[in-house]
Design a protein. Structure first.
Length: 72
């Protein structure tokens, strides 16, 4: 789906940017040009970014750290 009509940016591009480390609307503006012209897409782009970041965080494997026991 096209999110930013002015710059022709899709939700897939926003999700890819999130996977590559975009963490804010400002990152999307810099990388993709989202919300830099009319600004009507800013809320939608932010929601997609937030959704993509939360989805990727929930898909990350749990890492367990073991603390070595201290012996005397």
């Amino acid at each position: 789906m096209i999110v930013c009509v002015c710059r022709r940016v899709s939700d897939r591009q926003i999700r890819e940017a999130a996977a590559e480390g975009a963490v804010s609307l400002e990152c999307l503006q810099f990388e993709l040009g989202v919300a830099t012209q009319c600004g009507r897409c800013a809320d939608c782009a932010s929601r997609i970014l937030c959704d993509a970041r939360s989805s990727s965080a929930s898909n990350m494997p749990m890492v367990r750290m073991h603390v070595a026991e201290q012996g005397a």
